[in-house]
Design a protein around this ligand. Structure first.
Ligand code: SF4
Length: 382
């Protein structure tokens, strides 16, 4: 594996002008620019990238072992022709139904989700929000006033999750006022940032003392800040990534990790166990392992539920108690449905969160189906 290159001195081009400087400088937007990818393969994959956006950066691409055609990091970031296959929906868990004003989703009573940005530092091929990166999509907030107004009027909201896209693609001078405004609302007790920047480009954190000061200031004034990191594979936990986690923790932020189960990336009990255990050791324990949503273009990245449970359970048994807090869960239209266990005939499930409060914490069973990859494929047993 080649060492990563960090071209901080490079100037961002105009197309990257909205991104923080060091992040913009490292961007790779065309497959043909990737030295490790044969020219003919890059040309073939352009058809995929023109349907589902491609973006990477030199730091992340340098994690790939180009001699291994099945390298998990390559699989995560380089398009696959299988993405052109049929099936799935762009909004697989009906997020549109929870949208209350532009950029704000309110599905669970206490949590507001704010789509803070319409882009990411790079694009995961299995993304369930890939529609955000398509032309003419207008879901992410542009003017934050309607979001501030909505959260201010809904005092039951104690938790604001900034997501997207990725809030850390915003410059700190843009992100700071947004975070401060939510944190200043007395009923908002926790402010979360869902971000893959710690994996995709940790220098965004390490090179920006203003971001760390922002976190420290909000924490000091009494609002907890959580970075919901998104590491999919232990190979992403480079020294720079670990330093990024530590920097957020030293600023007073909490870090946890969540990721989906992805065919060819982390569908391996050893890989999952190492990820769960290492995240615990870094003080950033795994919070959810998500079942991949049946999003358009994502069929090749799916793992059936029964197989997924077996991998998850095997991995968890290899970990210490602290690492066993992770839940294997589906973010379904109706709520977060946790897989509790599987026997010869049944798949046992529980509503960890439910859109309809009547369903909250309900335990129920579905007929076992070893091919099923989503709740809608299952039949509930009454
Ligand atoms: S970081 Fe999240 S939102 Fe961004 S491309 Fe990856 S999965 Fe999608």
């Amino acid at each position: 594996m080649a060492p990563f290159r960090y071209h901080q001195e490079q100037q961002p081009d105009m197309a990257m002008a909205g991104l923080p400087k060091s992040l913009a400088a490292s961007q790779v937007r065309r497959l043909a620019e990737i030295a490790g990818l044969p020219e003919d393969e890059a040309a073939q994959l352009d058809a995929v990238a023109s349907r589902y956006a491609f973006r990477a950066n030199d730091y992340y691409l340098d994690l790939i072992d180009w001699n291994d055609p099945e390298d998990p990091i390559r699989r995560l970031i380089i398009p696959d022709l299988a993405e052109l296959g049929e099936g799935g929906r762009l909004d697989a868990s009906d997020e549109a139904a929870n949208t209350v004003v532009r950029g704000v989703q309110h599905k669970y009573r206490d949590t507001a989700l704010v789509l803070t940005a319409g882009t990411c530092a790079a694009y995961c091929r299995y993304c369930f929000r890939k529609r955000l990166f398509m032309r003419h999509n207008e879901e992410a907030a542009r003017d934050f006033e309607p979001a501030f107004d909505y959260v201010a009027r809904h005092r039951e909201i104690t938790d604001v999750l900034l997501t997207g896209g990725d809030p850390l693609v915003l410059r700190t001078r843009r992100l700071g006022p947004v975070m401060k405004r939510f944190a200043a609302m007395p009923h908002v007790r926790t402010l979360r940032m869902g971000s893959k920047v710690p994996a995709f480009y940790p220098f965004r954190i390490l090179d920006d003392p203003a971001l760390l000061d922002l976190i420290a200031g909000i924490v000091e004034r009494g609002t907890a800040v959580y970075l919901m990191a998104h590491f999919d594979h232990p190979r992403e936990l480079t020294p720079a990534a670990r330093a990024g986690i530590l920097a957020v923790q030293q600023a007073g932020g909490h870090v946890v990790n969540q990721c989906p189960l992805i065919r060819g990336v982390n569908d391996d009990a050893d890989v999952l166990a190492e990820l769960f255990q290492t995240m615990t050791e870094l003080g950033a324990p795994q919070y959810y392992l998500f079942q991949g949503r049946p999003t358009a273009g994502n069929r090749a990245y799916e793992v059936p539920l029964v197989e997924g449970w077996r991998l998850f359970d095997t991995a968890r048994r290899r970990c210490s108690g602290l690492s066993r807090r992770v839940r294997y869960s589906m973010s379904h239209t109706t709520g977060k449905i946790e897989v509790l266990g599987i026997d010869a005939k049944r798949i046992w499930l529980r509503y960890h969160r439910a859109k309809d409060p009547v369903l909250e914490s309900r335990i129920f069973a579905c007929r076992r189906d070893d091919e099923a990859a989503w709740f809608d494929d299952l039949r509930v047993v009454h």
